[in-house]
Design a protein around this ligand. Structure first.
Ligand SMILES: [Zn+2]
Length: 102
């Protein structure tokens, strides 16, 4: 049996409960992997070879890979969905603090 819980508040969502699915897709609008003449410089190639060598030998941690495109899917309860629909990026919550003194 499939079991869902709210990805925001963690509340269990039984099959008969209101459940909302939010799908997000994020991707780089520009291509950062574009190779320029500068990148083809011999020094850079050697530098890169050394870097890869270090990573292979465990001398250096591998850089964190940022996916160029990520698709996310969230299950939300009714309460969290209402908040999400009103303010998808939580900008309201982040700025409300600034207006607390009026
Ligand atoms: Zn929730």
């Amino acid at each position: 049996m499939l079991h869902f819980s709210c990805d925001v508040c963690g509340k269990d969502l039984p099959e008969e409960a209101a459940r909302y699915v939010v799908k997000m897709e994020a991707f780089a609008a520009t291509n950062p992997a574009e190779i320029t003449d500068d990148d083809l410089d011999t020094d850079h190639v050697e530098e890169m070879a050394q870097l890869l060598n270090d990573i292979e030998n465990g001398d250096r941690p591998a850089p964190e890979e940022l996916p160029s495109c990520s698709k996310m899917r969230f299950d939300l309860c009714l309460g969290c969905y209402r908040k999400f629909a009103k303010d998808p990026l939580s900008r309201d919550a982040a700025t409300r603090f600034d207006f607390s003194e009026n």
